[in-house]
Each structure stands twice: as structure tokens, then as C-alpha cells.
Design a protein around this ligand. Structure first.
Ligand code: 16G
Ligand code: MG
Length: 579
């Protein structure tokens, strides 16, 4: 007898010889970069480079040794993700679950999918494992069996409601993959809302709005207009009549952030009254231009502006990534030298501002702010937060979900990765305190009103490049700063990031938020010895979660020392990886 789940799965059969696994916790042998590098033909490259982030922070990699038409690689996975999304929703009594089809900053031919939990946060780790298992089941019968096993294990009522929200970025393969997810959702009997094209953070916003509608925690109206109205109004209120200096040029990576920013601008105070925004690299008609020579990843990795950039000295610019959940700022100084203002800089700027507002509002005794970073944060940024701002710094492993969880433990948690992923989250108690506090004088009232507007302006479900960029503008306007003043708060230690190819990256195991290696034995001691030879030295090595490589980071008092240290540590890693 035919079963709709078996039928849907058979409609999108899994390609033979493919294994799908997480990126950030990558399994032995699964190698994105190696597969790319060793796949000379166009077809093979496209196939091998396709990856599947099954949840935020966990990239799922498709590795194969045979060439297949690229379009087939993800179809089977997307149908199964539809089934998992329906199960996850049923396990939460019909709460809305989000499915976002995007491969973020990766090349246009790649694609992937993320699942979003009801409050807009990332999928629970236990369900990441279930998703991965499901993605690797061989055929319809196995999938159906596993579907029923999950239902039995978690006591899920398969006749209960399942609700799923979907959106996608502008990649050419998105439409087809959407069909594959829908086949899975339909087979599972889920109610589906398809929002078409959205940025990843917009999808997170919709999920949170839908699940909180009509409650005391209502987050907003679950429509695109609702998103623009909420963030647009909060921007205006937070500015308090202050006008940012100059203009802001936003490079949208030729991704979905472009048209969405153009729309958002219509809800911001008119040009001349507040911020003048120039939108560049917003060509979504040519999907093959996505992330090519532009976008946050290009700028951060190459430490230079996109070649198309035409701005002059002192002009503020920022770049989004392909799904607009990441942003970095930059400008040319008076000597025409490129200056990057990355996630570390955003975190320090925002933490200092929120700290001031909390103090001015008279709430410093009841609300503590903390900053969450990863080991990649520049030592000077960490020192600035601890010694100048006198705020606590937590360090977590790489990956947004780790930072988010650490920030959730704070009253106000400011978290950013150096690469520009990040946001600020306020604890429920802090939100209550700020909502209920009665100001004692006009100064307190003013600061309180700024704080309340910032809470609305910050997308607390996930890092949102558009909301983060507006927040930066608000802070700069209040401080009456241009990018040079922002840069002058501290001086970065010279640093160097290297990638080392090894035969098995899984032997590189770390502890202490990836700052120390526990394996291979003896390697950490050798690294420590090198670090001690340079002034203000710091270095660590960690296996990448998204590429088959070990990353080496080093910083020191001078450029020469930092580069030398990085080279020496990379050499040690290479030796340890080949023995
Ligand atoms: C993923 C993560 C990012 C992290 C990067 C590290 C999310 C949404 N993305 O892109 O946060 O910085 O992986 O890559 O969590 P790596 O392990 O290859 O260094
Ligand atoms: Mg992204």
C-alpha cells in the first residue's frame, strides 16, 4: 500500500555514494575544501561544494567521490528536512518552525537549509542529530521507519497540528529546493506558510512573531511590512533627533539583503532628516553574481573593499553577506588605507553605548552587561572591554549558537564573532526591569527611552545585518562619531589567520573554548613555546567545522612577529598532522 511519506521520499531519491554530515562537528573524512580542490571539473566542483547547514552553526557537508548533476544533491535532503520540521512542530504542540533555504556567504551554486525553533533561535542540538540521521536514510521505507521511531521516542502525536514557515534567498536553485521541502511537508500533513524571498533574520523574525502573537511577549506583526515598520520606527525613536554624520554605503553581496534593504529604507526617516543610505551590489537579477567579489565574507577575508567600491576617504561602508545575517563596516582613512570595523568593533561600540544608557537610566546596579566573543576576537578588543569598559568577557567556541547560549545567561549579552555574526540579547528579567522602571529625572527618562527603542531595534532572535547596521548608526549618531573616532577607541594587535591542510583534521581536539589543543599530544606545549618568544603573543589552532583544514590564528605586538608566529604554529600543525 502506498504511503505519502514513502512516495515523497521516492520522488526525490538520495544520490548514491553521498554522505551528509555536520560541518561544525565534522566527521572524519568529510571534506568540503578537499573535495572542491580535488574536483577539477565544473560539475564535480558544483556537487562537491554543495553543503547543507541543518541548523545554524552546524554546516552539513555533502562529500562524494562521483560526479552527479548538481541539482540532485540536495533534493532528497530538503524533502527529509520537511519531514523533520513537521515532527519538530508536532513535538511542540503545533508551534511554528522555520525552514530557511540559503547557503549564506558561499558561492552562488551552493545551497543549504536551516531549521529555526519557535522563538527564532537555532535548532536544538538533539534535533540536529535527528536531522542528520534522517538526511542519510537510504530510501522511503527507512525514512518512514525513522519518522515513526522519532514520533515514538518523543511521544509525538502524528495526528496533531504541524506548522512550518519557509523562506529562501535568491539562489537559482532555491525554487526547486522549495518544491522538495514542500513535498516533505505535504506528505507529513503540515500547514505551510511560504514567505517567498526573505533574509535569514527576517525568517527568524516571522517565526518568533507567529509563535508569540496575542501573548504578552508578542514580538511584532508576522509580515514583511510588520518587520519594516517595527525596525524603522525603533530606528527613528532611538536616534532621538540626532543625525548620523555623512552617509552609509551598504554592499548587499548581490543577495536577498539588497531588495529588502531598499524596502526597509522606505520606512526610515526621509533622506536629509536622518541617515542617507546608498545601496550597492544589490543585483539579484543575476544570481551568479551572489557573493562574488563583494559581501561581508569577501571584505573580512581579503581585508579590502569590494573592487566596485567607489567611496572616498572617511565614507562609511558596510557589507552584508548573502543572507544578511552578518555585517562588517569599513572605510578608507585620510591616507586612503582600508580600515576594517569588524564584529569585535561592533561589539565594543554597542556594549559601551548600552553600558552608558543603563548607567544614565539609573539601572547600573540591577542590570549587568557582558560581552561574548570567540578566540578569534582580537586581544586588544578583549582588553578594551575588560579594562576600559570594565565589562565581563566570556569566550566560547566558534559558531553562533555557542555565543548565543552564553549571552542568554547574561542580563544584557552582547555577542559578536569577529566575522560579523552577532546581536544583543536581553534576559526576560532585564526586559521587565527596563519596561517597568520609573525614571527619577529627565536624564533617566531620556536614557530609558533610548534603551527601550534599542530593544526594539535589535533583532533578538538572531544576528541581523540590517538591524545591526542601524544600531551601529544610532550609536555613532549619539556619540557624534565618524568611523575614524570609532576606530580610534583601541588599536588592534597585528594578527594573521592561516589555513593548514592535514590528512585528518579530527585528531585536532581542543578545550578552553578552542584556545588550547588536547590532541595531538605535545603540540600545545610546542605552540606555547613559540608564543612565549614574541611580545603580546597569542596563538591557537582548531579544526575548521566547514572546511577540511585546521585554522591557525596568531597575534603579537608587531606585524612581523604575528606573521612569524602564525607561520611557525602552522608548521607545527602540519608536522603533527602528517605524523
Ligand atoms: C559557520 C558559522 C559561523 C562560524 C563559521 C566558522 C553560523 C551561522 N555560522 O559559518 O558562526 O564563524 O562557521 O567556520 O553559525 P570554520 O569552523 O570553518 O572556521
Ligand atoms: Mg549568513
Amino acid at each position: 500500500m502506498s504511503n505519502p511519506i514513502v512516495d515523497a521520499v521516492q520522488k526525490h531519491p538520495a544520490p548514491e555514494g553521498l554522505k551528509y554530515t555536520y560541518g561544525t562537528a565534522g566527521d572524519k573524512g568529510v571534506s568540503l575544501t578537499n573535495a572542491r580542490m580535488h574536483s577539477p571539473t565544473r560539475t564535480q566542483r558544483a556537487v562537491a561544494s554543495t553543503f547543507i547547514p541543518l541548523a545554524i552553526g552546524s554546516t552539513c557537508t555533502a562529500l562524494l567521490s562521483l560526479a552527479l548533476p548538481p541539482c540532485d544533491v540536495l533534493d532528497s535532503v530538503l524533502t527529509r528536512v520537511g519531514l523533520v520540521a513537521a515532527l519538530r512542530s508536532r513535538s511542540l504542540k503545533g508551534k511554528w518552525i522555520g525552514v530557511m533555504i540559503t547557503a549564506s556567504h558561499n558561492p552562488p551554486e551552493d545551497n543549504g537549509v536551516k531549521l529555526v525553533e519557535p522563538l527564532g533561535n537555532m535548532l536544538q542540538e538533539e534535533w540536529e542529530v535527528l536531522s542528520t540521521e534522517m538526511a542519510n536514510k537510504a530510501n522511503g521505507d527507512e525514512v518512514l521507519q525513522y519518522y515513526q521511531d522519532i514520533a515514538a521516542k518523543y511521544r509525538i502525536d502524528l495526528d496533531g497540528p504541524a506548522r512550518v514557515v519557509i523562506a529562501r534567498d535568491t539562489r537559482a536553485s532555491g525554487a526547486r529546493l522549495l518544491g522538495c521541502v514542500q513535498d516533505g511537508l505535504k506528505a507529513a500533513g503540515a500547514e505551510v506558510k511560504d514567505y517567498g524571498f526573505l533574509t535569514t533574520p527576517q525568517l527568524h523574525y516571522m517565526v518568533r512573531c507567529l509563535n508569540t502573537e496575542g501573548t504578552k511577549d508578542a514580538y511584532g506583526t508576522p509580515t514583511e511590512k510588520g518587520y519594516y515598520e517595527k525596525f524603522g520606527a525603533a530606528f527613528k525613536t532611538a536616534l532621538k533627533g540626532k543625525k548620523p554624520q555623512g552617509s552609509l554605503t551598504v554592499d548587499c553581496a548581490n543577495g536577498v539583503g539588497g531588495p529588502k534593504l531598499v524596502e526597509l529604507i522606505k520606512y526610515l526617516p526621509p533622506k536629509g532628516e536622518a541617515l542617507d543610505i546608498h545601496v550597492v551590489n544589490d543585483n539579484v537579477i543575476k544570481p551568479e553574481s551572489l557573493n562574488v567579489d563583494c559581501g561581508a565574507d569577501f571584505v573580512k577575508t581579503n581585508q579590502r573593499a569590494p573592487p566596485t567600491s567607489k567611496t572616498g576617504p572617511g565614507d562609511r561602508c558596510c557589507s552584508l553577506d548573502g543572507d544578511a545575517d552578518r555585517v562588517v563596516f569599513y572605510f578608507k582613512d585620510t591616507s586612503n588605507v582600508f580600515r576594517l570595523l569588524d564584529g569585535d568593533r561592533i561589539a565594543t561600540l554597542v556594549a559601551s553605548f548600552l553600558g552608558d544608557q543603563v548607567r544614565l537610566a539609573g539601572l547600573a546596579d540591577s542590570i549587568k552587561i557582558g560581552v561574548v566573543q570567540t578566540a578569534y576576537a582580537n586581544g586588544a578588543a578583549t582588553q578594551y572591554v575588560e579594562q576600559h569598559l570594565r565589562l565581563k568577557v566570556d569566550c566560547t567556541a566558534t559558531g553562533v549558537k555557542h555565543l548565543h547560549h552564553a549571552a542568554e545567561k547574561l542580563d544584557i549579552g552582547v555577542y559578536f564573532e569577529a566575522n560579523g555574526h552577532g546581536t544583543v540579547i536581553f534576559s526576560p528579567d532585564t526586559l521587565d526591569t527596563i519596561a517597568q522602571y520609573e525614571p527619577k529625572n529627565p536624564g533617566q527618562a531620556e536614557a530609558l527611552s533610548v534603551l527601550r527603542a534599542c530593544i526594539d531595534l535589535i533583532n533578538q532572535s538572531v544576528g541581523d545585518a540590517l538591524s545591526d547596521a542601524l544600531l551601529v548608526e544610532v550609536v555613532l549618531a549619539h556619540k557624534n562619531w565618524g568611523p575614524q573616532e570609532w576606530l580610534s577607541t583601541y588599536t588592534d594587535l597585528p594578527n594573521r589567520l592561516l589555513k593548514v591542510l592535514v590528512s585528518d583534521r579530527t585528531i585536532f581536539k581542543t578545550t578552553d573554548a578552542e584556545r588550547k589543543l588536547t590532541s595531538p599530544e605535545g603540540l600545545q606545549k610546542q605552540i606555547d613555546a613559540e608564543v612565549s618568544k614574541v611580545r603580546q603573543g597569542r596563538s591557537f589552532a582548531r579544526a575548521s567545522g566547514t572546511e577540511d583544514a585546521v585554522r591557525v590564528y596568531a597575534e603579537a605586538a608587531t606585524k612581523a612577529e604575528a606573521e612569524d608566529l602564525a607561520r611557525k604554529v602552522a608548521e607545527l600543525v602540519k608536522q603533527a598532522g602528517s605524523s
